[in-house]
Design a protein around this ligand. Structure first.
Ligand SMILES: [Zn+2]
Length: 450
């Protein structure tokens, strides 16, 4: 009989987050995780003999968690971090971001995505869904950084047929690339910037390719009300009529999802998810907030996101989780709603489901992708640990993430990045940051008029 292959990596002596439901997070002390060929090949929650692995990481005192998932961002917008602060959303787009993005070239997207990747690796994020332009450069940054990503080339109907065509072309060429670390989406910007014909074509393309549509929709209640006043239907109903919901989609934000939308989304809950990044909504003073309680009750997955760092300032999913948890309690007027177990469940299987990757990422289980982070809870801000779930939701800092592993490969060890040259990155940013925020050219890429 053949003996099983020797694991590439074993993580020993960790406390592993081995299961979560909305009601319970299950931690197993003294766990050994084995990784073979990019997948988790064994989870021993009981003491085992020292494993014969090519590499062994002793994770005593660490919590092993599934790597975090950022379900919606514009990674290269790290370049614009802090460049448009204390303004309303309309001015943010029209007076700052879209004029600044005129300056963003292909090399900048590689640099900005690499900056985001460095930050995410250090913050324990192992998968991100990206929605931007010059996406070949973003894909290169994913290849080089070692992260896992779902990438979509964003387009507006104002670009004519080229935008849609490029989005389909990109999704076709990069699907399954980087040894399967890259998956793709078709990425229309939003129902107010992309017309119904293009949305229907995007849905058809997504169906043909077996990928999702990744789109901003009902971002706030003003967008929903404007659509209802102008067309008699909500943006979510627009997505239903154009076939986008049926094809499967990642819906960014959804703060303006109205009660009539919930059954529409519930009917496609196996292939539709909503991404939630509350820090930006609070900064923009948007209200109401995504109806997470209603969506979860209808079985619709909801995942955490950061959106771009130009609005969120960080790519920190621990922060998105923490703000979501406290905001959910406040909105519900119920301190017993959205327990730390629910917050962690959303970080894992729920966020994975938003990307159509339930069972593949977001869980430490045999057969899942070996995307694992090791988090140190010995910091004074975590001690003593009476409730480990609460520690991870309410106390932990991204600087507590010690090791980040994606596809079985160590991308950060003891806080040291192994795939990104941080000094080279900083010096490139120094040279380019001011040029990117120059608005003296007086041009823009699009008008914000939802
Ligand atoms: Zn966005």
């Amino acid at each position: 009989m053949d003996s099983p292959p020797i694991p590439d990596l074993a993580i020993v002596n960790c406390t592993a987050l081995v299961g979560s439901t909305a009601g319970r997070a299950e931690f197993a002390p003294g766990t050994t995780l084995e990784i073979t060929g990019g997948a988790i090949s064994a989870v021993h929650t009981h003491p085992v003999d020292a494993p014969q692995a090519r590499e062994v990481i002793d994770a005593r005192g660490m919590v092993a968690m599934p790597g975090l998932i950022n379900t919606h961002c514009h990674a290269a917008m790290t370049l614009l971090r802090g460049a448009a602060e204390d303004v309303a959303v309309g001015a943010w787009f029209n007076d700052y971001i879209w004029p600044m993005e005129v300056n963003v070239g292909e090399r900048d997207v590689y640099t900005g995505t690499t900056l985001a990747a460095a930050e995410m690796i250090q913050a324990g994020v192992t998968t991100f869904a990206d929605h931007y332009f010059f996406m070949d450069q973003a894909a290169r940054a994913v290849v080089d950084s070692g992260l896992r990503a779902n990438l979509g080339s964003a387009f507006f109907s104002s670009q004519g047929a080229d935008g849609l065509g490029a989005s389909i072309d990109f999704a076709t060429r990069w699907s399954g690339a980087a040894g399967g670390r890259i998956t793709t989406s078709i990425a229309p910007h939003a129902p107010y910037t992309v017309d119904d014909d293009d949305l229907a074509a995007a849905a058809d393309a997504a169906r043909a390719l077996g990928v999702r549509v990744h789109i901003h929709a009902s971002e706030d209640i003003a967008q929903a009300e404007k659509s209802i006043a102008a067309r008699g239907i909500s943006p979510i109903e627009v997505l239903r009529r154009t076939g986008v919901l049926d094809a499967g989609c990642i819906i960014a934000h959804g703060n303006g999802i109205v009660p009539d939308d919930i059954p529409l989304l519930g009917a496609v809950r196996d292939r539709v998810g909503v991404t939630h990044g509350p820090k930006g909504y609070l900064k923009f003073a948007l209200g109401p907030i995504t109806p997470i309680m209603d969506l979860l009750a209808a079985g619709v997955p909801v995942g955490y996101c950061t959106d771009g760092a130009a609005s969120n300032n960080t790519m920190d999913i621990f922060e998105s989780m923490r703000i979501t948890a406290i905001l959910q309690k406040q909105l519900a007027g119920d301190a017993t709603w959205f327990r730390s177990s629910a917050a962690l469940h959303m970080a894992g299987p729920e966020s994975a489901a938003v990307l159509g990757m339930r069972g593949q990422i977001g869980e430490l289980r045999v057969g899942a992708c070996a995307d694992v982070i090791l988090v140190d809870t010995s910091g004074f801000h975590c001690q003593p640990v009476h409730d480990l779930g609460a520690t991870l939701v309410y106390s932990i800092q991204t600087s507590d993430v010690q090791t980040t592993i994606v596809d079985g490969k160590v991308l950060m060890r003891d806080r040291r990045l192994l795939t990104i040259d941080g000094d080279a990155l900083r010096s490139e940013l120094r040279d380019r940051a001011r040029e990117i925020t120059d608005r003296s050219h007086g041009r823009t890429i699009q008008d914000y008029a939802p």
